[in-house]
Design a protein around this ligand. Structure first.
Ligand code: GCU
Length: 414
C-alpha cells in the first residue's frame, strides 16, 4: 500500500534527472495516424499536416468558434524622432465589436527611419507596452494585470512605476540598427491571464448564453494567437511595414503562443520560441521539469479543456511537440533555451527541433543535423535554428543578437 501511495505521489514531483526520463517512441511526423508513409510535400500538405493541425486544434489549444475582424483601427499616436532620430514610433488601437461587446488592444510599433518597408518582429509583452522601453510617450494600458509589487502593480492596474522595466528584454535599438522594427502588444488586453472566461476576447464569440468555451474551444493561448493574427491584419495595411517579413516572437507562455500563432497563420514568415517549455517546444512525453498535469493544474485556462485528458497521461498523446513545430515548415523556426531553465526542459526543446527536421527536409530545407545538443552559447542556425545560452529563464541581448542575425539570413533582409 505504502509503495503504491509513494508511486502515486511521485508522479506529481517534477523530474530533473535525465536517467529517469521514460522510454518512449517519438511519433514519426512522416507517418499518418493510419500508418501511411508521407513521401513528399504533397502528402505532407494534403494529408499529414491537416490531420496534425486538427489534432492540436481539437485536443490542445482549442478552435476559434467563428470569425471576428477588426471593426476599426486608429493611429492614436505617432512620432518621427525616436532613438536619436533613427526610428519612428506608432501606437495603433484595434477595436473589435460583436454580441454587443467591444474590446480593443494597442500595437506599439518602432520602425527604422531609413527603411521604406521594414521587416518586423512581433511579440507580446507581459506587463504592458510601457515596460518595453524607457519612453515617456508609451500609453499605459488600462487592462487587468497580475499584481506585481516590484513593478508597482497592486490593484491589478499597470502604473507609471514600471515604465521601461522590461527594456532589457527588448533589444529595440539593435533591431532598428539592423533595419528591422518591433511590434508589441500587452497580452492582457486580448485576454487577461486568469482562469476567467467572462473577460477578454472570448465572450465576443459566445453563442446564446454560453459562459465559457466548450471542451474543444479556445483557451487563452489560442486567444492570444488570435490577437497576433489580427495585429498581422493591421500590419498588412501599414505602408511602413513589409508584411511578407513579419517574424512572430514570444517568451515562455508567450513563446507557446508564438508557436501556435505561426502554426495557425502562415502569413508569419518565421517563428521564434524563446524558453517556451511545456506546451511549447519541449517534448511532453519526456515529462522533464513541467509536465502536462502540472501546467493544466496551474494554468487551467491556457489550453482547451480536452487537453486535460492528457494530464498524467502523456503516453496517450498520438503526437508530440516536435510535430507542432513541424507545422511551421518550411518557414524558418528558431528554438532557444537557457541553461538554468530546467523547468522548460532545454533538452526536450532541442530534441523537438531535431525531430521536426525531417519535415523541413521534405522541402529541401536544412534543420538540426544531429541529436547531440550543441554546447552553451554555440548556436546552430539553419532554417531550423537552436541555441542554449548560459543563464536563466529570460530574454537577453544575446538571444536578440542571434535572432536578428538569423532572421536577416533566412529572410534575405539587407
Ligand atoms: C510558468 C509556467 C510555464 C511558463 C512560465 C511563463 O513557469 O509553468 O509553463 O512558460 O510560467 O510564462 O513565465
Amino acid at each position: 500500500m505504502f509503495i503504491e501511495q509513494l508511486a502515486f505521489a511521485q508522479q506529481f514531483v517534477p523530474n530533473y534527472d535525465e536517467s529517469k526520463v521514460p522510454q518512449f517512441v517519438v511519433p514519426d511526423p512522416l507517418m499518418t495516424f493510419k500508418q501511411k508513409k508521407v513521401k513528399n510535400v504533397k502528402d505532407w500538405e494534403k494529408k499529414r499536416r491537416p490531420e496534425l493541425l486538427e489534432f492540436f486544434t481539437q485536443n490542445m489549444f482549442g478552435e476559434i468558434p467563428g470569425e471576428l475582424k477588426i471593426s476599426s483601427y486608429d493611429v492614436v499616436e505617432e512620432s518621427g524622432d525616436v532613438f536619436s532620430g533613427k526610428a519612428k514610433r506608432k501606437q495603433v488601437e484595434l477595436t473589435f465589436e460583436k454580441n454587443g461587446k467591444t474590446i480593443d488592444f494597442t500595437i506599439l510599433l518602432y520602425l527604422p527611419e531609413n527603411v521604406k518597408k521594414a521587416p518586423v518582429f512581433i511579440g507580446y509583452n507581459f506587463y504592458g507596452n510601457h515596460t518595453v522601453a524607457d519612453d515617456a510617450n508609451i500609453i499605459i494600458s488600462g487592462a487587468w494585470a497580475d499584481n506585481n509589487e516590484s513593478f508597482g502593480i497592486v490593484y491589478n492596474q499597470l502604473t507609471e512605476q514600471s515604465r521601461g522595466v522590461r527594456s532589457n528584454r527588448w533589444a529595440i535599438e539593435k533591431m532598428i540598427d539592423a533595419g528591422m522594427g518591433l511590434a508589441t502588444i500587452y497580452y492582457g488586453e486580448v485576454d487577461p491571464d486568469r482562469n476567467d472566461f467572462t473577460d477578454g476576447i472570448h465572450p465576443l464569440l459566445y453563442v446564446d448564453d454560453q459562459k465559457q468555451p466548450a471542451n474543444n474551444e479556445w483557451g487563452s493561448i489560442a486567444a492570444w494567437s488570435w490577437g497576433l493574427s489580427r495585429a498581422m491584419d493591421y500590419l498588412e495595411k501599414d505602408e511602413d511595414v513589409d508584411a511578407s517579413k513579419v517574424i512572430v516572437f514570444g517568451h515562455s507562455r508567450l513563446g507557446k503562443t508564438s508557436i501556435w500563432a505561426g502554426v495557425t497563420d502562415q502569413r508569419f514568415a518565421a517563428v521564434i520560441s524563446n524558453n517556451s517549455g511545456c506546451g511549447g517546444a519541449a517534448l511532453s512525453k519526456r515529462k522533464f521539469g513541467e509536465t502536462v498535469w502540472r501546467i493544466n493544474n496551474s494554468f487551467p485556462h491556457w489550453f482547451c479543456k480536452n487537453f486535460h485528458n492528457y494530464s498524467n497521461n502523456e503516453e496517450l498523446l498520438p503526437a508530440d511537440q516536435h510535430e507542432l513545430l513541424a507545422l511551421i515548415a518550411p518557414r524558418p523556426l528558431y528554438v532557444a533555451s537557457a541553461e538554468e531553465d530546467q523547468w522548460a526542459d532545454p533538452r526536450g526543446e532541442f530534441l523537438s527541433a531535431f525531430y521536426a527536421t525531417p519535415v523541413y527536409q521534405l522541402y529541401g530545407k536544412k534543420g538540426i543535423p544531429s541529436n547531440i545538443m550543441p554546447p552553451v552559447n554555440s548556436p546552430i542556425q539553419h532554417t531550423v535554428a537552436y541555441h542554449i545560452r548560459t543563464g536563466a529563464h529570460d530574454v537577453t541581448d544575446y538571444d536578440w543578437e542571434q535572432y536578428i542575425k538569423w532572421a536577416k539570413k533566412e529572410l534575405n533582409i539587407e
